[in-house]
Design a protein around this ligand. Structure first.
Ligand code: ADP
Ligand SMILES: O=c1ccn([C@@H]2O[C@H](COP(=O)(O)O)[C@@H](O)[C@H]2O)c(=O)[nH]1
Length: 214
């Protein structure tokens, strides 16, 4: 029996609200969920249940230290060795890790998504393909405002305050500069069908070649 091929690891970065999740969803739909293992960096936010709720609100969630990146790297290594992993489930309304996990089986393609995934060299080195979703800040802010109120239990005032105090300055310091590491930059995110056609075709070509040589 030949050894199974090492999975291909694709990183999808970009600012908050840029359309990363939409890009991931499109790839899952078009390539097939059964062929892809997904790891959102968001799931690896540190648990803040030891802090009173008021203190949690003061945390800078856009600084690289707020995420347990070592655990994400460990999970990528295990998936690359064809071992399953249990991914934490993060609660954005309470800023805590829940007691649940999501069991992720190893697949030929590993998709990793997050605002800061190209920042730390050790994580950046894991990616075979690096994609940056590039969307203007005003559009990203409007999308975030709508999403955080509907899905993350926030008020308009809290979204604006957080954006001005931490999200925007951290984006300029830690996210935007990592665009230079990208192999592919997708303007306007998940509905850019021309760019997504090219990414999907590349993945299909890789999987197809394996199928033919199997
Ligand atoms: N190209 C687009 N045009 C319009 N709305 C979009 C587009 N891409 C994403 N959205 C919407 O914007 C919001 C944020 O997108 P999402 O993919 O979750 O961004 P991210 O994962 O980068 O934070 C979602 O409500 C999504 O439906
Ligand atoms: O407890 C938390 C943890 C994170 N955030 C914010 O989430 C975004 C990243 O998620 P996207 O889906 O890429 O928007 C980041 O900007 C953090 O500020 C939070 O608000 N609360």
């Amino acid at each position: 029996m030949p050894n199974p091929p090492t999975p291909l690891v694709i990183g999808i970065a970009g600012g908050t609200g840029s359309g990363k999740t939409t890009v991931v969803d499109t790839i899952l739909k078009r390539v097939g969920r059964e062929r892809i293992a997904c790891l959102p960096h968001d799931a690896y936010y540190r648990d803040l249940s030891h802090l009173p709720f008021e203190e949690r609100l003061k945390v800078n969630f856009d600084h690289p230290d707020s995420l347990e990146t070592d655990l994400l790297i460990e999970h990528i290594h295990r998936l690359k060795c064809w071992e399953a992993v249990d991914v934490p489930v993060y609660d954005f309304a309470h800023h805590t890790r829940t007691s649940q996990t999501i069991h992720v089986e190893p697949r030929r393609i590993i998709l990793v998504e997050g605002i800061l995934i190209f920042y730390e060299p050790a994580l950046r080195a894991e990616f075979d393909v690096k994609i940056f979703v590039d969307t203007d800040a005003d559009i990203r802010f409007i999308r975030r405002l709508q999403r955080d109120i509907v899905e993350r239990g926030r008020t308009t005032e809290s979204v604006i305050r957080q954006y001005l105090e931490t999200v925007r300055p951290m984006h300029l310091e830690f996210v935007e500069p990592t665009k230079r590491y990208a192999d592919i930059i997708i303007p306007e995110g998940g509905l850019n069908t021309v760019a997504l056609d090219m990414v999907v075709a590349r993945i299909e070509a890789l999987l197809g070649r394996e199928h033919l040589s199997a």
